[in-house]
Design a protein around this ligand. Structure first.
Ligand code: FRU
Length: 624
C-alpha cells in the first residue's frame, strides 16, 4: 500500500445514484466530493496513516478524523492544489475496520486528491541539505519555541511548539524529544495535541514532588496556553504519570484567564517558591509579566506585575522565565533574573531575548536597573523564546529556538523548519559594577569533539589562511582560540568556501564591538512565499516576505565591554546552517543562521592596524 498509485476516477455511470456528489476511489479509499470544497474520505481497513500531500503556498484546508465526537478537531493542512512539496502523515485509528476523514476548504479539483494515499510507514530519512548534524530539530514539520523543559529520572524532556502537518507555523502541538545528555535526542510522539480549546501554545512543566495537584507524587504537570479566536488565550494544565510520554488534560481547564480580558496572555512559567511554600506562575501579559501563586496548581491568585516600560520599547512580552543564581559563583549572594522574550525589539530587527536582574520578595520583582536599561542574553538574530529546564538543581540550562519571527517561515528547508540552538548554561557575573548573565554552551557539548586539529599559536599582522580546515568537512565543527588584539584595531576570523561565501567574526577595537557579519554568508534571500493568512493566527507568526537586505544580510554585534581582559577566548560552533559564538565563557553569546551553499572549510585569521596574537587555535570535528 506504500506505492503511490494513480487515482482511479469512477465514471459517471458508476456513481451511486443516491449521490449528487462526485465520487473517486482508489484502493480502500473512496473520496466523496460533497460540494466544491468539502470532501469526505471513506476508508476501509485503514493503514496507520493517510499521507497528505502538502503544498506550502496553498491555503489551509481543514482535515478532521470524524469519530462523531464533538471533541474531534480539524487540523489546518495546506493540501496540494497543483503539486506536492512533501507529504505529512495523518494518523488513522488503529485496528478499526473503517475510518472517515472530512476535508473542508479544499477544491475538488485540487491535485491532492490524486496524490493522497494510505501507508503503514512514513519515511523520515533526512532530505534537507541544511539539516544540522548536532543540533536538535524535529524529524519533520515545523518547530518554534522549546517549552515545558524539565529533567526527571535521568531524562531531559524537550517539548516544543510543533506543527506535525506541515513545515510552516500552525496546529500548535507540544512535540516531544528526550535525551540523557542534552545532545542525543530521541524523537517521541507529540505529547499534547491541539484541541477544541485551541492551539497548545508555550508553557512549562514541573515535577509535582509534593503531589500538590493530586495527580500523583512526582507526576509531571504541564502548564500551557490554549489559544483560539473563540476562547482567546487561557491557561490550562495537563498531567503525566508515564514519564512525560502522554498527558491527560485537566477537566477543569482553563485554570487561569486574564482578569482584564487581555488578548495577549500566554506562556505560563511555573516554579516552586520555597520561602512561601507555594507554586508560582508567571504569565506574559501583553507588555508586562504577571505573577500568581497557588497551593494546588489549580486556583491561582494574582500577586503583581512587572515590566511595563522596561527594556526595549515598544515590544510584546512572551515566554518568561525566572531563575535565581549566585553572583560570581558566591552562594551567599544570589539574584533573581527575569528572562523576557520580546517580539519585535531585537537590536537587529524581529525577535530577541532580554533579561532583568533584581530581587524578589515573594510578591513583587524589583529590577536593579532603570527601565531604559536593556541587557541581552544573546546578540545574534536567531535566538528566541529561550527558557530553562526545571528540576536541574543548582544548574540553570536554557534552550533557545534558533530563528527569528521575521523569516522563520521562509528559511530554505522543507522537510522540517526550526532548529534549537545549543543548550546554554546560565550564570551571573559582575562587570564594571553591573550584574550580567552569561550564557555559555553547556559542558555536554564538549563530548561532541571527535577529532582535533591543532593549529597552534601565532601572531598575525595581516592574515594567515588555513585551507582544508578539516578533511571531509561535513559542516559540523567547533573552533576554539584566544585572541589578544595587541595594537591591532580589528582582529578576527573569516570562515569561507570556494564560492567566496563567508561569515566573519571580529573584534572591532575602535567601536568596542564583537561582530558577526553574515552579509555574504551564502543564500541571504530565501525568496517570498505567499503563505495565505487564515483565522486563528498570530500576525507575526505568518510573515510571508521580508526585506532580506535589511533583515538577513547583515552583521550583528555585542559590546566588548562585557568582557574582562585583554585576551578574548572564543568558542565558535558551526553546524550546516548556523554559527554560534561564545566569548569568554558566554559573557557574549551570538547566534546566527547562515546558509552557505557549500561548507566553509577555509579559515582566515586576520588583523588590521597592528599585530594580534592568536593562541591555541583548535578546530574540532563535531558529531553525535
Ligand atoms: C513565541 C510564541 C509564544 C507562543 C508561541 C506560539 O515564539 O509567540 O508567545 O506561545 O510562540 O507558537
Amino acid at each position: 500500500m506504500n506505492a503511490r498509485k494513480p487515482l482511479f476516477l469512477l465514471s459517471a455511470a458508476l456513481m451511486s445514484a443516491a449521490f449528487t456528489a462526485c465520487v473517486q476511489t482508489k484502493e480502500n479509499i473512496r473520496l466523496e466530493h460533497v460540494n466544491d470544497t468539502t470532501t469526505i474520505v471513506h476508508i476501509q481497513n485503514p493503514s496507520k496513516y493517510l499521507l497528505l500531500p502538502v503544498q506550502e503556498t496553498s491555503a489551509e484546508g481543514k482535515v478532521k478524523l470524524d469519530t462523531g465526537n464533538p471533541a474531534d478537531m480539524a487540523m489546518d493542512v495546506r493540501l496540494a492544489v497543483d503539486s506536492a512539496d512533501y507529504f505529512v502523515p495523518f494518523e488513522l485509528p488503529e485496528g478499526a475496520d473503517e475510518a472517515t476523514v472530512v476535508i473542508g476548504k479544499v477544491n475538488k479539483n485540487a491535485a491532492c486528491w490524486n496524490l493522497i494515499e494510505m501507508s503503514d510507514t512514513f519515511d523520515v530519512t533526512n532530505t534537507d541539505y541544511y539539516r544540522p548534524l548536532y543540533h536538535h530539530t524535529p524529524l519533520y514539520g515545523w518547530m518554534n519555541d522549546a517549552n515545558g523543559l524539565v529533567y526527571q529520572d535521568g531524562e531531559y524532556h524537550l517539548y516544543y511548539q510543533y506543527n506535525p502537518y506541515g513545515s510552516l507555523w500552525g496546529n500548535m502541538h507540544w512535540g516531544h524529544s528526550v535525551s540523557k545528555d542534552l545532545m542525543h535526542w530521541d524523537h517521541l510522539k507529540p505529547a499534547i495535541a491541539r484541541d477544541t480549546l485551541g492551539h497548545i501554545f508555550s508553557g512549562s512543566v514541573v515535577v509535582d514532588n509534593k503531589n500538590s495537584a493530586g495527580f500523583g507524587k512526582d507526576a509531571l504537570i504541564a502548564f500551557y496556553t490554549s489559544a483560539s479566536d473563540e476562547h482567546g488565550q487561557i491557561q490550562c494544565m495537563a498531567y503525566s504519570n508515564d514519564k512525560g510520554r502522554t498527558y491527560t488534560k485537566y477537566e477543569g481547564n482553563p485554570i487561569l484567564t486574564p482578569f482584564d480580558g487581555l488578548k495577549d496572555f500566554r506562556d505560563p512559567k511555573v516554579f516552586w517558591y520555597e520561602p512561601a511554600q507555594k507554586w508560582y506562575m508567571i504569565v506574559s501579559a501583553d507588555k508586562e509579566m504577571r505573577f500568581y501563586s497557588s497551593s494546588d496548581m489549580k486556583e491561582w491568585k494574582y500577586l503583581s506585575g512587572f515590566g511595563k516600560g522596561y527594556g526595549v520599547q515598544p515590544n510584546q512580552f512572551e515566554c518568561p522565565d525566572f531563575v535565581q543564581l549566585p553572583v560570581d559563583g558566591d552562594p551567599n549572594k544570589k539574584k533573581w533574573v527575569m528572562i523576557v522574550n520580546i517580539n519585535p525589539g531585537c537590536l537587529f530587527g524581529g525577535s530577541a531575548t532580554e533579561y532583568f536582574v533584581g530581587d524578589f520578595d515573594g510578591t513583587t520583582f524589583v529590577c536593579d536597573n532603570k527601565p531604559e536599561t536593556t541587557k541581552w542574553l544573546d546578540f545574534g538574530k536567531d535566538h528566541y523564546a529561550t527558557v530553562c529546564f526545571s528540576n536541574t538543581g543548582d544548574r540553570v540550562v536554557a534552550v533557545p529556538w534558533m530563528s527569528n519571527w521575521q523569516y522563520a517561515n521562509l528559511t530554505p528547508t522543507k522537510q522540517f523548519r526550526g532548529i534549537n540552538a545549543l543548550p546554554r548554561e546560565l550564570s551571573l557575573y559582575t562587570q564594571n559594577g553591573e550584574i550580567y548573565m552569561a550564557a555559555n554552551a553547556a559542558k555536554e557539548v564538549q563530548a561532541l569533539r571527535k577529532e582535533t586539529r591543532d593549529l597552534g599559536s601565532f601572531e598575525v599582522e595581516k592574515e594567515q589562511i588555513t585551507d582544508n580546515l578539516l578533511a571531509d568537512n561535513k559542516g559540523a565543527y567547533e573552533l576554539e582560540m584566544d585572541i589578544t588584539p595587541g595594537n591591532a584595531s580589528k582582529v578576527g576570523i573569516e570562515l569561507s568556501n570556494a564560492k567566496g561565501e563567508h561569515t566573519t567574526i571580529y573584534l572591532d577595537l575602535k567601536s568596542g564591538r564583537a561582530v558577526m557579519d553574515r552579509t555574504e554568508s551564502g543564500i541571504t534571500d530565501f525568496g517570498k512565499k505567499a503563505v495565505p493568512h487564515e483565522k486563528e493566527t498570530h500576525d507575526h507568526r505568518k510573515t510571508n516576505s521580508i526585506n532580506y537586505k535589511d533583515d538577513f544580510a547583515l552583521a550583528t554585534w555585542a559590546p566588548l565591554s562585557l568582557c574582562a581582559g585583554k585576551t578574548y577566548h572564543l568558542n565558535v560552533f558551526v553546524d550546516k546552517c548556523s554559527v554560534e559564538l561564545f566569548v569568554d565563557g558566554g559573557r557574549i553569546a551570538m547566534t546566527n543562521l547562515v546558509f552557505p551553499t557549500e561548507v566553509y572549510n577555509t579559515l582566515k585569521c586576520f588583523a588590521e592596524g597592528g599585530k594580534a596574537a592568536f593562541g591555541q587555535v583548535k578546530a574540532y570535528r563535531l558529531s553525535l
